[in-house]
Design a protein around this ligand. Structure first.
Ligand code: FEO
Ligand code: CA
Ligand code: CA
Ligand code: CA
Length: 707
């Protein structure tokens, strides 16, 4: 099986003109020895588990899924922070995601944490115990029951106690999202603990609502839209200032010490649709909604303008007075992740992806050039430049297409969502046939025909509607791009694509996003290497593909966040959807979400080795390594998302049809805990999202050869 995988990888390498798969590497120090950890067993038999088929049958016939963060022998973990703890004058938010570790000297660091969203069940179950005051969730559910669980609070204010309850609930849910900064200290044993300092603070979903000085700033072309005196749509009256940031998923750091935080699924809280001049649909277009299943439309009670969310936010963690800045030149879409390439004498290049089915990969190139990559003044370069979308060709070539008014309209093949052909109406329209597509192209020749505004304001309108504009410009629809990182050794971009299934939003280009044996659609995801060429060209190849070994995959599913360690090895965490994890009906073979190492040199180069499995119904996120690679900070997001608090050690037996590494069938009986008690592990304790730090017992770098 391993041989089959290697041949497959080599074929891919050959497919990109003989370029070595992982680029030129220094050999691993330990004369090419295997990695120093014994992979954690997932629920699937894998070549890396070191078992022969008979042993695999024995080991995997009955599996008990663990509600803990499981690590290889020789590694320890400690909890750094969890939901509800005090941070500055607020609290550590819910569903921690991206982690940025910024060293401040040898033994101090600032950890910037994204808080992405609310998982309704564990949030409401834990709130009173964790935050220390009651949450009127049940009262609001009961109060809205007669109105389809939703209410347009913005245009029809509620009366009586329900008004206060909705206000309180929506506030708490937005305060639990956004960005946080916590100061950490390394102790004499090399462990990291919180050491709250002047930097500890939150920027949350309602920052600036009560104190205008805390409103976020904005730069770039969309600010001309925000400042319009006359507009087709909604005016929040704030000009280019913005209340809050939420849905903060992945992110990145800049060489000048700031953090970029990506606003991803903003459309759950505010209207996504905009008018042709870039102005927002009214808050009423996304009413407040609360039921047992979840809470949405959180911007509605506060009249938040939808066009001010879905941006890349820059925060200086070391400056507690920095309110945060949304850089609109980078486009508005469901931003997930960001990678920054900053070289002296060149423009600043920023890559980002839009995590939705059919979402695009983007590149921003600044107008100005960098003199010193570490200069804090480089932030200014994020205000002016060109946004491009990636066009992938099946032969491994590709190019960046600019999203500007003069770009030709060349709509994606039907069915595709495009800027509505009735431009007076705004929003999106689905074109269902080639005839409709041709008519659209004849009616609108360039992107400039679709967006109105003078000069900067027209470009601003286009960038606010970047996803639909990219669909209109024929930018390739991809497979849920999640993280992007620069490979420091090659200067290439590594991109994870989480899943290639089609959805109501769009369909990935099936000529590009194929399984390892050509399968379509392919759910289990990829890691792509993108090598910049001259000017706007690039080469691409898939360097790791998720999936079961018997289908040609590397044994993981749905890759999400990435990090490259100082030795050049790749770390990755997975995002298997909560309803899929361990589901016997829904492709849940892969067990809990997990963390993997993909060595890029040595005998295991290109293999995927499981380094950690997360607790039940969680997603592992973050992935921040210390500069020398001795510590890994991991965020455990939404433990117990589906079943909430686990009580009486409840579990369920499920049957799975799997295969041993030699291809023989294996029927597995899997005991799956119902809900989670992470991190305390005590029966009946509410699960809490939190951040852990991992070290090796000998305190050496995590992947250093064993001495
Ligand atoms: Fe928030 Fe796309 O993961
Ligand atoms: Ca993610
Ligand atoms: Ca994800
Ligand atoms: Ca997720």
């Amino acid at each position: 099986m391993a041989l089959q995988r290697r041949q497959f990888l080599l074929l891919l390498g050959a497919g990109v003109g003989g370029v070595a798969l992982w680029g030129a590497r220094q050999p691993r120090q330990a004369s090419g020895s295997a990695l120093p950890f014994q992979p954690v067993r997932s629920t699937l038999p894998l070549p890396s588990d070191g078992l022969n088929p008979a042993e695999q049958r024995q080991a995997y016939r009955v599996v008990r899924v663990s509600d803990a963060l499981e690590l290889p022998p020789g590694y320890d973990q400690s909890l750094v922070a969890s939901w509800g703890e005090p941070v500055g004058n607020s609290r550590f938010g819910f569903n921690n995601d991206y982690l940025a570790l910024l060293p401040q000297g040898a033994d101090r660091a600032l950890l910037t944490v994204n808080f992405e969203y609310i998982s309704a069940l564990p949030w409401r179950q834990g709130f009173a115990a964790v935050v220390g005051r009651p949450l009127p969730y049940e009262a609001v559910v009961a109060g809205l029951q007669t109105s389809s669980s939703s209410w347009d609070v913005w245009s029809q204010p509620l009366q009586g106690p329900l008004a206060q309850q909705v206000d309180q609930l929506a506030r708490e849910a937005l305060i639990d999202q956004g960005v946080g900064v916590i100061a950490l200290q390394r102790d004499a044993n090399g462990g990291w603990q919180r050491d709250p300092g002047r930097e500890d603070r939150r920027i949350h979903g309602l920052s600036g609502l009560d104190d205008p000085a805390q409103q976020l700033r904005s730069t770039g072309p969309a600010t001309a839209v925000f400042r319009l005196s006359k507009r087709r749509g909604y005016d929040d009256g704030l000009g280019d200032r913005i209340i809050g940031t939420f849905a903060n998923c992945a992110g990145g750091t800049t060489p000048w010490g700031t953090v970029l935080s990506a606003e991803e699924n903003f459309q759950s809280q505010v209207p996504e649709a905009v008018h042709a001049d870039g102005s927002a649909f009214p808050p009423s277009a996304r009413p407040f909604q609360c039921s047992d299943r979840g809470i949405r439309g959180l911007g509605n009670p506060f009249g938040l303008a939808g066009n001010k969310y879905g941006w890349m936010v820059e925060v200086n963690p070391a400056d507690p007075s920095d309110p945060g800045t949304k850089h609109t030149a980078l486009g508005r879409f469901r931003h997930e992740a960001v990678a920054v390439a900053a070289k002296a004498g060149e423009p600043l290049v920023v890559y980002s992806g839009c995590d939705r089915r059919g979402g695009h990969l983007y590149r921003f190139v600044s107008d100005g050039s960098i003199s010193d990559p570490n200069d804090p003044a480089n932030s200014r370069l994020l205000a002016k430049g060109t946004l491009y979308g990636a066009v992938f060709n099946p032969d491994g070539s590709g190019s960046w297409r600019a999203l500007r008014p003069e770009t030709a309209v060349d709509p994606l093949p039907a069915p595709a969502l495009l800027p509505h052909s009735n431009r007076a109406r705004g929003g999106a329209e689905r074109l269902n046939s080639e005839a409709q597509r041709q008519a659209y192209r004849e009616r609108y020749r360039t992107l400039g025909d679709l967006y109105v505004g003078d000069g900067e304001a027209q470009l601003g309108a286009l960038l606010i509607d970047a996803h639909l504009a990219a669909n209109a410009a024929g930018i390739t629809p991809t497979a849920r791009p999640e993280d992007t990182v620069m490979d420091p050794q090659s200067g290439d971009l590594l991109v994870t694509f989480t899943s290639g299934l089609p959805g109501s939003d769009g369909t990935p280009d099936m000529a590009i996003f194929r399984g390892p044996q050509g399968q379509t659609p392919w759910n289990e995801g990829w890691i792509m290497r993108l090598t910049p060429g001259s000017a706007d060209d690039f080469r691409w190849s898939m360097v790791a593909t998720g999936g079961k070994p018997q289908d040609g995959g590397l044994g993981f599913a749905n890759p999400d966040n990435l990090a490259v360690d100082p030795g050049g090895d790749l770390w990755m965490v997975t995002d298997i959807g909560t309803s899929t994890q361990n589901s016997d009906k829904n492709g849940g073979s892969f067990g809990n979400n997990s963390c993997w190492v993909i060595p890029t040199s040595g005998p295991q180069a290109g293999e995927a080795l499981c380094f950690a499995t997360g607790p039940v119904e969680c997603e592992l996120t973050g992935l921040a390594l210390t500069p020398k690679g001795e510590n890994l900070f991991l965020a455990v997001q939404h433990p117990g998302e589906r079943h909430g608090t686990r009580t009486d050690r409840a579990e369920e037996a499920r049957a799975f049809n799997l295969e041993l590494s030699n291809g023989e069938p294996l029927e597995q009986l899997r005991w799956v805990p119902l809900g989670s008690n992470w991190p305390s592990g005590q029966d009946g304790a509410v699960p809490r999202p939190g951040v852990v730090v991992i070290h090796r017992r000998d305190r050496r770098p995590l992947l250093a050869p064993l001495s």
